[in-house]
Design a binder for this molecule. Structure first.
Ligand SMILES: [Zn+2]
Length: 241
């Protein structure tokens, strides 16, 4: 289930740095920062980055490939695919550097396009998290509502959030919070969490009565509960970055 970034996509992600030390345009590749294009401060004319990348293509690919082999997969943080199993959607992510303002938009054919002046991990992850939150609102809220009506377990409010350790929670005010990482689970496990939180509307603890109610809604709840512990470790690392 884990999706990892591939650094050998073309055109590659890069950062531009103006340097007082460089006398000429120079490329470097480092494990932490990836490909950097160093431009001398004294540069007068604008430079054609695409042409430069193309000219140095074999050098860049060779070194990015070497880097990819030496790094743990988690270090190449940015994903190229989002596999939202819970709702049966797989999104391909395209990174387009060279654009004025950080933007993410969904295009036809399940493509997410991320545009930025230069692709930066922090900024890009913020865009992805914001998109996933909306996705959770569009898909998880109606799902919870439908189950709630079906089983007559009525909640007050539902919020989609990103908590690093929780799948969801339910408060004494009957407010439910769901983590949008539920989207990455197989549907039956995502539904298990929704039913778990709905059961807390009647039992605000993990007592026998709670499990009895949950078992009546989800007969395999104990298996589902232990499956979750394994699957947690297989979720994309960038979700926790
Ligand atoms: Zn619980």
């Amino acid at each position: 289930m884990m999706e990892s970034a591939q650094v050998t996509i073309w055109p590659p992600l890069y950062t531009i740095k103006k340097s007082t030390r460089s006398k000429q345009v120079r490329l470097s590749i480092h494990p932490q920062t990836g490909l950097t294009i160093h431009l001398p401060h004294s540069l007068r004319r604008p430079i054609d980055i695409d042409a430069l990348l193309l000219e140095k293509k074999s050098w860049i690919l060779k070194h990015l490939h070497l880097l990819e082999q030496t790094l743990p997969r988690e270090e190449t943080l940015l994903p190229t695919t989002l596999s939202l199993e819970a709702i049966g959607e797989t999104w391909q992510i395209e990174y387009k550097p060279n654009c004025a303002k950080p933007t993410l938009f969904a295009a036809a054919g399940y493509r997410l396009v991320i545009m930025d002046k230069e692709i930066q991990i922090d900024r890009t992850l913020r865009l992805l998290h914001a998109w996933l939150k909306k996705k959770g609102e569009t898909h998880l809220v109606p799902w919870l509502t439908q189950l709630s009506l079906q089983h007559q377990l009525l909640f007050n409010k539902v919020q989609i959030r990103h908590q690093k350790t929780l799948w969801g929670s339910c408060s004494s005010r009957q407010n439910i919070q769901l983590n949008y990482k539920l989207l990455f689970l197989p549907p039956h496990l995502a539904e298990h969490i929704l039913l778990h939180e709905l059961s807390h509307l009647k039992h605000l603890n993990h007592s026998r009565s709670f499990w009895r109610l949950l078992t009546s809604l989800d007969p395999h709840c104990h298996q589902h509960n232990s499956a979750l512990k394994t699957i947690e470790t297989e979720l994309p690392a960038w979700l926790y970055a």
